[in-house]
Write a protein that binds this ligand. Structure first.
Ligand SMILES: NC(=O)c1ccc[n+]([C@@H]2O[C@H](COP(=O)([O-])OP(=O)(O)OC[C@H]3O[C@@H](n4cnc5c(N)ncnc54)[C@H](O)[C@@H]3O)[C@@H](O)[C@H]2O)c1
Ligand SMILES: [Zn+2]
Length: 361
């Protein structure tokens, strides 16, 4: 049997394990049984992931004696809504889910956030098992207990902190991921390396080609190391009161650019540009060597992500940033780098941000 890599997440409330490896979908039933669950289990997934992996997870669970129901939602961010959550509450009730019935979120970050929100609120909370199937979900969204739905323009604003009981990351699922989704996740991997691990950054410098050609051993190493960084950060700052802010590296300008592009740019692409903006600001403020800015640019290019923006109105980006409550006393809060693997949060003057944006076109 293939090796299972384990990472502990130890936030103030419940601690839990992330298990990473090949073929773990087939072991999920046993994992749950060994964790003390029995009886019913409910899988929440999207239509694409259901077709790819729904049966395997379901068979694994029924093989361990669970009576399985599967609730399927359409694909897309729009499903992170109170309306879809409402349908899922009904589905749980129709499946006779009880307080002890585990809910398995099988899919990307959309399903993780939505099913997590539903599990957190149904009967005041039923056990949640994250089964992430995108790179972004395996290294980022399934770890840390933030679950939420969107509401109109309020993105991720209706939610709670709700830790899963277990995260099961089967890296084999990444084989079917479209290339653009892989690149999307790679932006968060690069982010984590840049803020938290010189070692991972160097690993990426040497191995991104293998990652993109889906070398499984390399992918597994990358997912393990990236998950470890997020696990460490959220363990120290469960409720996002300080340290967790550094996970926003590349996201201050990134979110604004993503919005202004009217979502022509994917999140990861916008974050890649945002990371370059932050790195250039860091350099201009005398914090980061130019050679490290260049290393970041190289790695972003190697990942198939953009380092520069095209066709983006800078005034719009500036006002989007000001809207994003990242501004205090006229300054914009940024996560900057002092070195590869070492981040700080600080205030930056809008004029410097604007200058760097102009230079990033
Ligand atoms: N909770 C958090 O801490 C956190 C952190 C980062 C992002 N997020 C959220 O995550 C969401 C984005 O997640 P995402 O990028 O995973 O998007 P997603 O869930 O929409 O998945 C992307 C696409 O890939 C498909 N897919 C999933 N797994 C697949 C597989 N193995 N093979 C083929 N196709 C597959 C999905 O059906 C979907 O079409 C956003 O809503 C974002 O707000 C949450
Ligand atoms: Zn992100």
């Amino acid at each position: 049997m293939a090796l299972v890599r384990k990472i502990k997440v130890e936030p103030g409330s419940n601690s839990y394990e992330i298990r990473i490896g090949s073929g773990l979908l087939d072991q999920a039933g046993r994992f749950l049984y060994e964790a003390g669950f029995s009886g019913k289990a409910v899988i929440i997934t999207d239509a694409t992931v259901k077709d790819l992996y729904g049966d395997r997870l379901s068979m694994s669970l029924s093989g361990s004696g669970f009576a399985v129901s599967t609730l399927v939602v359409p694909v897309g961010e729009e499903q992170k809504s109170l309306e879809t959550a409402g349908g899922l509450y009904q589905g749980l009730s129709d499946s006779y889910a009880e307080r002890t019935t585990p809910v398995l979120a099988l899919g990307g970050g959309v399903i993780g956030d939505l099913a997590g929100f539903v599990a957190a609120t149904y009967q005041r909370g039923v056990p949640l098992i994250q089964v992430p199937t995108t790179l972004l979900a395996q290294v980022d969204s399934s770890i840390g207990g933030k679950v939420a739905v969107d509401h109109g323009r309020l993105k991720n604003m209706i939610g709670v902190f709700y830790q899963p009981k277990l995260v099961i990351s089967d890296i084999d699922t990444l084989r079917t991921l479209p290339e653009a989704e892989l690149a999307n996740g790679l932006a968060e991997v690069i982010k984590s390396a840049a803020i938290g691990s010189k070692k991972l950054f160097e690993f990426l410098e040497n191995n991104l080609k293998k990652v993109r050609s889906l070398d499984m051993a390399v992918l597994e190493e990358m997912v393990v190391e990236t998950a470890r960084i997020k696990a460490e950060i959220v363990s120290k700052d469960e409720k996002d009161l300080g340290l967790r802010n550094i996970l926003n590296f590349g996201h201050t300008a990134g979110h604004a650019i993503e919005t202004v592009s009217k979502f022509r740019l994917k999140h990861g692409q916008a974050v890649a540009i945002g990371m370059m903006v932050a790195a250039r600001i860091s350099n201009r403020m005398g914090l980061l060597d130019k050679k490290d800015v260049d290393r970041l640019e190289k790695i972003i290019n190697k990942a198939g992500l953009p380092a520069e923006m095209y066709d983006i109105n800078i005034d719009d980006v500036m006002s989007a940033m000001k809207h994003d409550k990242k501004i205090s006393q006229g300054k914009i809060r940024f996560v900057l780098l002092k070195a590869i693997g070492n981040a700080i949060v600080t205030e930056v003057s809008p004029s410097l941000v604007e200058e760097v944006l102009v230079g990033s076109q």
